[in-house]
Design a protein. Sequence first.
Length: 257
Amino acid sequence: MAQAANVVQLKPRTLQAFDAYVREAEDGMRPSLEGRSTFLWTDADSARALQVRRGQVVAQLWAGDGPVKIPNGLIHDWSGAAFVSGRTLEQALALVQNYDNHKNLYQPEVIDSRLLSRDGDHFTIFLRLLKKKIITVVLDSDHDVRYTAIDAARCFCRSYTTRIAEVEDAGTDKERVLEPDTGYGFLWRLYSYWKFEDRKGDTGRGDDGVYIECRAISLTRDIPLGLGWIIEPIIRKLPHESLVHTLEATRTGLLAM
């Protein structure tokens, strides 16, 4: 791989563009959190809501038909949803907040997981991630996670990566963790926004259970000229596949409770 793609470093202007995008995205979330618009992304589209209620995991780009191009980088903005019949908000939160178990719940994408600290609804966690498509990339990541109760039936969670470092020769005697923001640039930032809503089935829609949504905004390198055949499948497909896998694994874990 080293011969096929050069090691790159996250540039300040790339991070500035990502931060500006995130600020705008978070501003756009406020109406749904403050009761001024529909809380769930699922409910904004009747066809999508029907798919989710029928047990499908639905995921699509938040807007447009591809990643957002910024200087020396790409922003991937995906939203997804799942519904788990017969389960509750309390059960969903107990499952996702068991961070020591994420290595079992979300395998094979999560190789290792640890809760580093907790202060009420504020968590710091460690995840070792496996990204595999054509080549294999292992990443060590730290996350700052905060949950906010909207009311008795709804909860919002935001998770920011505070460190992502590529790992060379992971799991061997030669293992080496690179400096953050240096490497092949397949994942520089991952900001996730989760919504949970408990419904009691009194709406006549057959949705007695819990809705789980995740909007994942990630930052990767751009696609270098001449290397699209290697880089493009990793950068363009993995954000979608990872979100679907996360939601499907969450749904499966809840059904097993």
